[in-house]
Design a protein around this ligand. Structure first.
Ligand code: AHR
Length: 616
């Protein structure tokens, strides 16, 4: 089939920013603890609670021998780290890590640390083992009284993904923050990131990192999170809880149904973005919750507090090392500012009027103090509809710089909507496509997304930023699928969708060269071994779709003339309409490629041809 692309190199299309394609990291599917955050011990500070997940206890992921009890009393390590383990003389506890256990690799170094309160003379014995025996030489730690941090290093003598870390005490001892970290983290950063996952993200060469959510951001944003609540189950995702020494960071219930340690916090997000050369793009709650909890706060004090927190966050990122929050950053190891330029307020609010009123408060406060920062607004959870339209009207009328859009649709939708942004107002707010994915990790999904991305790029004067979502999924703890990168405790693998993102991010051009195409865009073959072959076409876009064998004979075909409901089947076979697309779901007798009972393997070279409807 002839397919001609004509382009005029002298014509100037939209300029494409280097930051156009980025990633969206949310702690969903255990993306942080047990994922990107390299900590190997699960529930290291004994803070798991039924408030996070009905199946949790403070000893989740731990087994005990002898007297061992998690307590919450005045003897605690600090006010934010409420619970600790009280171990009797001669008792021990063992941690099972994530997935099948703790992963160690032969010859590599692992750093153990623990906060312990025990009388001088008490000895802690730390072992790393699996069912087959020791994985490293055991270490002993001599206590010196009071709460202190103790460390020890292991070199793994074998590789295992089923490791266990055990701590035994000769005498009564209190333990907290029991930790095991690979020495080998991404860029060898302390309190760092799991190397294979961070490297996969870095290999994308993303222009920006959006974090920390998603619905995660809205979590509990209506709740009081002051000291008055006793630092227990803060609910609100509050960036200040996620910085400073890890043992002083509160843990929290994660929106997605588990506990989040905040070991991977705002400092680590900024540092990672910097390490991979990406623009950091944090999202703060607007106090109008979407994500199935439509509600807007009327609590003035709470709203003011979140507005101030947002200003403090900008100071944490950009302020001089002498400023209140810049000092916190400097003490953590980064005196230089992180160079924040964009901040998003809100995520998927379903109440556009209420959202916009509160968004204006945030924007006014930010612009008054930091006029150089771009404040990104929101359009709710859909690609269209009343909420979406109202949100866009308000954003347009309010002269907003950039609006965040989210949608998860079928691959057909992505193919049909390539022209979505062609008609967007060039004078209106720019678009941040903060979350999108076609529903699946199959090749056809990746292809549909690639096709769609050409439409984003063609409109790079309007679509300024775009990120596929979600980024990461631990295969044993999945709340949301599809995802871009999958992993367990010892391996990680990119989806077909990942490869598409990588292709676009690694080959971002400077400027679009306008082009026109003739021929048969969209569907092509050959498809080999295509038993159960399905293809797509839309009534709007295609006049004719047929499946032919390599010799040219038509196996299946249809004339798509007229209204979709009136379509008649010219070729044999069973055809159906799914998600607005015309799908061949079953071959009828005369088109049967495989005869029942035929034991041989057959290869079929099939071609799918579609003729684009004129005028579309
Ligand atoms: O990406 C997963 C979820 O999808 C996000 O948390 C939310 O913003 C959206 O609904």
């Amino acid at each position: 089939t002839d397919y001609t692309i004509t382009l005029d190199p002298s014509a100037r299309g939209a300029a494409v920013d280097d930051t156009m394609y980025g990633v969206f990291f949310e702690d969903i599917n255990r993306a942080a603890d047990g994922g990107l955050y390299a900590e190997l011990v699960q529930n290291r500070s004994f803070e798991y609670s039924t408030a996070d997940n009905g199946s949790y206890t403070p000893l989740t992921s731990w087994t005990a021998e002898g007297a061992a009890e998690v307590v919450n009393d005045a003897g605690r390590l600090n006010e934010r780290n409420r619970h600790y383990l009280s171990l009797g003389a001669g008792a021990s506890v063992t941690n099972a890590g994530y997935n099948t256990g703790i992963r160690v690799e032969q010859g590599k170094r692992y750093d153990f640390s623990v906060w312990a309160r025990a009388e001088a003379g008490t000895t802690l014995t730390v072992t790393l083992k699996d069912a087959a025996g020791p994985l490293a030489t055991a270490r002993q730690v001599a206590a010196k009284g009071g709460w202190r941090k103790y460390t020890a290093a292991f070199t793994a003598t074998r590789t295992s993904s089923r490791g266990r870390l055990a701590v035994a005490s000769t005498d009564a001892a209190a333990l907290d923050m029991v930790s095991l970290f690979p020495r080998d983290t991404y860029r060898n950063q302390p309190n760092g990131l799991r190397k294979d996952l961070a490297e996969k993200i870095a290999a994308l060469r993303p222009g920006f990192v959006r974090f920390p959510g998603g619905c995660l951001v809205n979590t509990g944003s209506m709740e009081d999170y002051s000291e008055a609540s006793g630092w227990q189950r803060q609910r609100a995702y509050q960036w200040k809880d996620t910085v400073g020494p890890v043992e002083e960071r509160a843990t929290n219930a994660n929106f997605w149904g588990y506990n989040q340690s905040y070991g991977l916090g705002y400092y680590e997000y900024f540092r990672f973005a910097e390490d991979i050369g990406a623009m950091p793009l944090p999202v703060v709650p607007a106090l109008v919750t979407g994500c199935g909890q439509n509600r807007a706060t009327d609590d003035e004090a709470l709203l003011e507090r979140h507005v101030q927190d947002t200003l403090d966050l900008i100071e944490f990122a950009n302020g001089p090392a002498t400023s209140t929050w810049g000092k916190v950053r400097a003490r953590m190891g980064h005196p230089r500012p992180f160079g924040l330029t964009h901040i998003a307020v809100g995520n998927e609010e379903n109440l556009p009027e209420e959202f916009f009123a509160r968004f204006q408060r945030f924007r006014a406060a930010i612009e008054a103090k930091h006029p150089q920062i771009t404040v990104v607004s929101n359009s709710g959870p859909d690609d269209s509809g009343t909420t979406f339209d109202t949100a866009w009207r308000l954003n347009r009328e309010g002269g907003v710089d950039m609006v965040d859009e989210h949608y998860y649709n079928s691959p057909q939708w992505f193919l049909q909507n390539n022209d979505r942004y062609d008609s967007y107002d060039r004078q209106g707010p720019k678009v941040f496509l903060g979350e999108y994915a076609s529903q699946g990790n199959a090749w056809k999904n990746a292809l549909a997304e690639a096709a769609y991305m050409t439409g984003l790029e063609r409109n790079a004067d309007v679509v300024k930023l775009a990120s596929y979502a979600p980024l990461l999924a631990n295969e044993d703890y999945v709340q949301w699928s599809p995802d871009m990168i999958w992993f367990n405790n010892h391996a990680s693998w990119g989806s077909a969708n990942y490869e598409v993102q990588k292709l676009f991010m690694n080959n971002t051009g400077d400027r679009v060269i306008p082009s026109t195409a003739t021929g048969t865009p969209g569907v092509s073959g050959p498809i080999t071994g295509a038993v159960g072959l399905s293809t797509w076409a839309t009534s709007a876009a295609y006049d004719d779709v047929r499946v032919t064998a390599a010799d040219g004979s038509t196996l299946l075909g249809d004339d798509f003339s007229g209204d979709a409901s009136q379509w008649t089947h010219r070729g044999a076979g069973t055809w159906s309409v799914q998600d607005g697309a015309y799908v061949q779901s079953d071959a009828a007798a005369e088109n049967t490629l495989v005869t029942a009972g035929d034991p041989a393997w057959h290869d079929y070279d099939l071609r799918v041809r579609a003729t684009k409807r004129s005028g579309k």
